[in-house]
Design a binder for this molecule. Structure first.
Ligand code: ADP
Length: 626
C-alpha cells in the first residue's frame, strides 16, 4: 500500500482544520450528514429509472454509531458510494470546493482566515479533521464489485486499499481527538450531544438519521431498580414545519417552533409563512416578536434569518436577507436555488439571494400594512416596540427606503392622545391648511405646552408630536407627504397669518425696532434675531429657530458627539406684542431692559426644553429685580 500526498491546496486547508481554533467544530457532523444525504439523493434518483437499484424510498437511511471506548463516531449511508478513483479525487483534493477557491483569491486576511472560511459554511468533509486525528472512509460505489478503504491521519497524506463491503454506500469513522485543556472532544461521543446536534443542524434532512440510544428505564421485575434499554431511534423529524402545507399547521405549532428555535418566552406578534415560486423559489417562515429580542439593544445583536438550502442549514444569521429596519424579525428561508457550500462572502454577491431579500422585504411590509388596517391595536403595540426602527429606516441611506416605509409610520398628535398615520392626518386637514405641522419635545404633554402650539391649535390645525430623537430627521428626509410639506411650529418662518395680520405685525416690529435691537445686543450673540410675533397665543415669549437645524436636531446632534457636536440651531427670541410684558419692556431704561432681556431669554430657553448656561446669573438677576 502506497502513501499518497494531498494536493498542495488540500494540504493547507487540512492543516488549517487540524489546528483550527474555530469554536463551532460541531459543524463537522452537519457536513458529513449532508454529504450522506446527497449520496442517498443520487442513488434514490437513480432508483426511479434504474431497476438494478433494489432499494426504495423507505430503505434509505443515515446511521450514526458511537463507541466511547474506541473513541469513534461512525456515520454510514446506503447512498451512491465512491469508487477508488472517486475516493482519490473527492477526498484527495479539495481544489474544486467553492469556499476554498474563494479563499485562494483572498489570502491577505491571514490571521482569521480559518474562522472566516469555516464560518457558517464549513468546508465539507475536511472539517472532520477539526475533531478527529484519524479518519477512515470505507466506500463502495453503486454498481462496482470492489470496496475501498481511504485512511488519513492528516497532512502526511492518505492511503487507499481494497476492502470488503457488501452493499453500496459509505461508512466514515472518525477517531476523535483526545481532550485538551481548551477543547472537550469527548462531547462528540455522548449520545445526548449528538442527538442535539442532529436536531440543531440536520433535523430536516429528508432521510432518517438513526442512532442506537440507550435509556434507563424502571425494571419491571425489581422495584426501584433500573435497567438499560437500547433501541434504535430516528433523531430527525425529516419534515420541516415550513415545508408543510399551511392548512396542516396550527397556530400553536408555529408559536412553539418560534419559541424553541428563537428562544423567546412569549408568542410572536405575527407569523408570516410563505411559499414563493418565480424568479426565486423559496419557503419563508418569519416572525415579528412581541418584545425586542433580549440582546436587541446591545452591540452583540446580529440581525438575520436562518438560511437553508433544501432543508440543510447553511447559515444561522444571514444578515443580507433583512434590511436594518427589520432587524428585529426572526425566521428562516429555505431555497433550493442556493448551493450548500457557498461561502459567506460569495453569498453577499449572490443574485438569487438578492431577489429573495427583496421579496422578503415586500412580504414584511405587506404584513405590517395588513396589521395596520385589520388589527390596529396590535399594530400600535408593534409600533410602540419597533416603530423607531422604521423611522431610522426612513432616514437611513439618504432616504432610499422612505417611500416603502412612510405609510407604516405613526405619531401621536394634538387631536387625540393616540397614534395617527400620516395618511389619517392628511385626511383630517382643514381646507385652509397647506402644511403638516409638527413639534418636538420630550413628551406629548410638554409639547402641548409650547407657546407656539396655542396659535396653531387656535387655527384648528393638528400638530404631530415628535418625541423620538429620530422623528424630525426622518421627516426631513421624507420632505413631504401627499404633496404636503412638514413644518416645525417652532421654526421662525411658520406662517399662519392672514395678509392683514402680517402687515400689522411687521408694522409693530418696525415701531419697536430700537428696543428689539437693544434686547438682541444684551443677549450677546445668543440669538440671531429678536422679533414681535403673533404666534405665541397668550404666552409672553418663545424661542423659534431659523434655517435648517431645529432645536431638537441640535440636541440630538450634541448627544451623538463627533463632527456634528458643534452644530447649533439659530435661535430667534419671539415676544408677544399682545402681552403686557411689551409695555414693561417699552418703558424700561437701557439697564433694566438688558436685565429683562436675559430673564425673558432664560425663560424662553426653559420652555423650549433647553438648559441654561449660567443659572446663577439668572437667579442673581431675579433676586436683584425683586
Ligand atoms: P462537497 O460536499 O462540498 O463537494 P466534501 O469535501 O464534503 O465537499 O465532499 C467532496 C465530495 O466527496 C462530494 O462532492 C462527494 O462527491 C463525495 N462524498 C463525500 N461524502 C460522500 C458520501 N458519504 N457518499 C458519497 N460521496 C461522498
Amino acid at each position: 500500500m502506497r502513501k499518497k500526498q494531498f494536493k498542495a491546496e488540500s494540504k493547507k486547508l487540512l492543516d488549517m482544520m487540524i489546528n483550527s481554533i474555530y469554536t463551532h467544530k460541531e459543524i463537522f457532523l452537519r457536513e458529513l450528514i449532508s454529504n450522506a444525504s446527497d449520496a442517498i439523493d443520487k442513488l434514490y434518483f437513480k432508483s426511479l429509472t434504474d431497476d438494478s437499484v433494489s432499494l426504495s424510498r423507505g430503505d434509505f437511511k443515515i446511521e450514526i454509531k458511537l463507541d466511547k471506548d474506541a473513541r469513534t463516531i461512525t456515520i454510514s449511508d446506503n447512498g451512491i458510494g465512491m469508487s477508488e478513483s472517486e475516493l482519490e479525487s473527492n477526498l484527495g483534493t479539495i481544489a474544486k470546493s467553492d469556499s476554498f477557491n474563494f479563499k485562494k483569491e483572498n489570502q491577505d486576511a491571514d490571521t482569521n482566515e480559518d474562522i472566516s472560511v469555516i464560518g457558517q459554511f464549513g468546508v465539507g468533509f475536511y472539517s472532520s479533521f477539526m475533531v478527529a486525528d484519524r479518519i477512515e472512509v470505507v466506500s463502495k460505489a453503486f454498481g462496482e464489485g470492489e470496496a475501498h478503504r481511504w485512511t488519513s491521519t492528516g497532512v502526511e497524506g492518505y492511503t487507499i486499499e481494497p476492502c470488503e463491503k457488501d452493499e453500496a454506500g459509505t461508512i466514515i469513522t472518525l477517531h476523535i481527538k483526545e481532550d485538551t485543556e481548551n477543547d472537550d472532544y469527548s462531547q462528540y461521543l455522548e449520545q445526548y450531544n449528538i442527538d442535539n446536534l442532529v436536531k440543531k443542524y440536520s433535523d430536516y434532512i429528508r432521510y432518517p438519521i438513526v442512532m442506537e440510544m440507550s435509556h434507563q428505564v424502571p425494571d419491571a421485575d425489581n422495584e426501584g431498580e433500573y435497567i438499560t434499554e437500547v433501541a434504535e431511534e430516528t433523531l430527525n423529524s425529516m419534515v420541516p414545519i415550513w415545508r408543510k402545507a399551511k392548512s396542516e399547521i396550527k397556530a400553536e405549532d408555529y408559536n412553539e417552533f418560534y419559541k424553541q428555535k428563537f428562544m423567546d418566552y412569549s408568542d410572536p406578534l405575527a407569523v408570516i409563512h410563505s411559499k414563493t415560486e418565480g424568479q426565486a423559489t423559496f419557503d419563508a417562515l418569519m416572525y415579528i416578536p412581541e418584545n425586542p429580542p433580549y440582546d436587541f439593544y446591545s452591540k452583540e445583536y446580529e440581525k438575520g434569518l436562518q438560511l437553508y438550502s433544501n432543508g440543510v442549514l447553511i447559515m444561522d444569521k444571514c444578515a443580507d436577507l433583512l434590511p436594518d429596519y427589520f432587524s428585529f424579525v426572526k425566521g428562516l428561508v429555505d431555497s433550493a436555488d442556493l448551493s450548500l457550500n457557498i461561502s459567506r462572502e460569495m453569498l453577499q454577491h449572490d443574485h438569487q439571494l438578492k431577489i429573495i431579500a427583496k421579496a422578503i422585504d415586500k412580504k414584511l411590509k405587506n404584513e405590517l400594512k395588513k396589521m395596520l388596517t385589520n388589527d390596529r391595536e396590535k399594530y400600535e403595540k408593534f409600533f410602540d416596540t419597533f416603530g423607531t426602527q422604521l423611522k431610522y429606516g426612513v432616514y437611513a441611506n439618504y432616504g432610499m427606503e422612505k417611500d416603502g416605509l412612510k405609510d407604516l409610520l405613526m405619531f401621536k398628535s394634538s387631536s387625540e392622545d393616540k397614534y395617527t398615520t400620516l395618511k389619517e392626518y392628511v385626511g383630517r386637514m382643514a381646507d385652509s391648511q397647506k402644511d403638516i405641522y409638527y413639534a418636538c419635545g420630550d413628551s406629548a404633554s410638554k409639547i402641548a405646552l409650547l407657546p407656539q402650539a396655542d396659535a396653531v391649535k387656535q387655527k384648528g390645525y393638528e400638530i404631530l408630536y415628535f418625541t423620538d430623537d429620530v422623528d424630525e430627521f426622518a421627516i426631513q428626509m421624507l420632505m413631504e407627504y401627499d404633496g404636503k410639506h412638514f413644518v416645525n411650529i417652532c421654526k421662525d418662518d411658520l406662517d399662519l397669518s392672514t395678509d392683514a395680520e402680517k402687515e400689522s405685525i411687521s408694522k409693530k416690529n418696525e415701531d419697536s425696532k430700537d428696543m428689539l435691537e437693544k434686547i438682541k445686543n444684551a443677549l450677546e450673540g445668543e440669538v440671531t434675531a429678536v422679533k414681535l410675533s403673533n404666534k405665541l397665543g397668550s404666552h409672553p415669549v418663545g424661542l423659534s429657530t431659523e434655517g435648517y437645524v431645529s432645536l431638537e436636531m441640535e440636541k440630538v446632534l450634541k448627544q451623538m458627539g463627533g463632527a456634528n457636536q458643534g452644530v447649533k440651531a439659530q435661535l430667534v427670541l419671539e415676544i408677544n406684542p399682545n402681552h403686557s410684558v411689551l409695555d414693561k419692556l417699552s418703558s424700561a431704561d437701557d439697564e433694566a431692559l438688558a436685565k429683562y432681556a436675559k430673564l425673558l431669554y432664560a425663560s424662553a430657553r426653559l420652555i423650549a426644553g433647553l438648559d441654561l448656561e449660567n443659572p446663577t446669573e439668572l437667579s442673581d438677576t431675579i433676586v436683584e429685580l425683586m
